[in-house]
Design a protein around this ligand. Structure first.
Ligand code: GLU
Length: 302
């Protein structure tokens, strides 16, 4: 039986949010194209003898692995295929940073952490870093630290290809809109001014499935994420293309770990300057339709 979770007040399904290995089949809706192969995946030389006065990094050095939280169901951004291979822009950013902290790709342990449990995973030390379409904002800064922004997205709408009525956020009155728990676009779309009925799930791929199945009228989250889903199913889905928020992406880490924040910012700045960032961008989200924009450097440090 299909679970239908739609209610004016917003039904909440908190699923398997924190899993060490994600099931790539999550996005296995009929008509999927495999994602992994067509996305750029680079290698970055690991630095040796890194000394940074960071508790998280010292722990990681002791264990010999850097644990990085990521998404697994966002094609071109943070995706894990059925063989377990991770690809996407955020994965490249994570690999670049890890290399500069002394961890080659074989010394990274990726953990799938969905939006609704990011702050918990970071503050409990379940991950050392988090790289997964994570908007920097003051509320989250009360619980976690950030380096960045390394990219700025904007909330947009994903609709079925034949959709005529939904042309922007001001056309959502009475429409069923799916988004995920713990995300900034969900919080935005729940504002009474939009008049939307929300369906609140734990993974974007579940919202996309509901859209394809006709259970909801739109999915909202960052344009970069939605473009990835539309690129996977160009005959079925389209992005409206009217971003209505600003979503600056940061790398999450334990609050107050200034040394780690500086080291991550240094790494980001280095790879932006040396061209790795642009190459990764163009080979990942560039392929799903996000035009290249160079991030502003130097990055803010607080
Ligand atoms: N960038 C937004 C956020 O951090 C939406 C994407 C996501 O849920 O990761 O909430």
């Amino acid at each position: 039986m299909r679970m239908r979770k739609t209610a004016a007040a917003g039904a909440v399904v908190l699923g398997l949010a924190l899993t060490a290995t994600a099931c790539g089949g999550e996005s296995g809706t009929a008509g999927d194209k495999p994602t992994g192969e067509k996305v750029f995946s680079g290698t970055y030389t690991a630095a040796d003898k890194v000394t940074v006065d960071s508790p998280a990094l010292k722990e990681a050095q002791k264990r010999g692995k850097l644990i990085i939280g990521a998404k697994a169901d966002q094609p071109y951004l943070g995706f894990q295929d059925t063989d377990g291979k991770r690809t996407g822009f955020d994965i490249e950013i994570a690999k670049m940073i890890a290399a500069d902290l002394g961890f080659g790709a074989d010394k990274i342990e990726f953990k799938t952490v969905d939006s609704n449990v990011r702050e918990t995973a970071i503050s409990k030390g379940q991950v050392d870093l988090y790289v997964g379409t994570y908007t920097i904002n003051d509320e989250r800064k009360k619980q976690v630290g950030f380096a960045g922004p390394y990219y700025t997205a904007g909330a947009d709408l994903l609709v079925r290809k034949d959709e005529k009525d939904i042309t922007g956020p001001d056309t959502l009155k009475g429409k069923k809109v799916c988004s995920i728990v713990g995300s900034t676009p969900l919080r935005e779309i729940k504002k009474p001014k939009y008049g939307a009925q929300t369906t609140e799930l734990s993974k974007y791929s579940l919202c996309v499935k509901q859209l394809l199945d006709g259970q909801v009228d739109a999915v909202t989250t960052d344009d970069a994420i939605l473009k990835g889903y539309a690129a996977e199913r160009p005959t079925k889905l389209k992005v409206v293309g009217k971003p209505f928020t600003k979503e600056p992406y940061g790398v999450g880490m334990a609050k107050g770990d200034k040394a780690l924040q500086n080291a991550v910012s240094d790494a980001l700045e280095k790879h932006i300057k040396n061209g790795d960032y642009k190459k990764a961008y163009e080979g990942t989200i560039g392929r799903s339709g996000s035009a290249y924009v160079a991030p502003e450097t130097p990055l803010p440090r607080d």
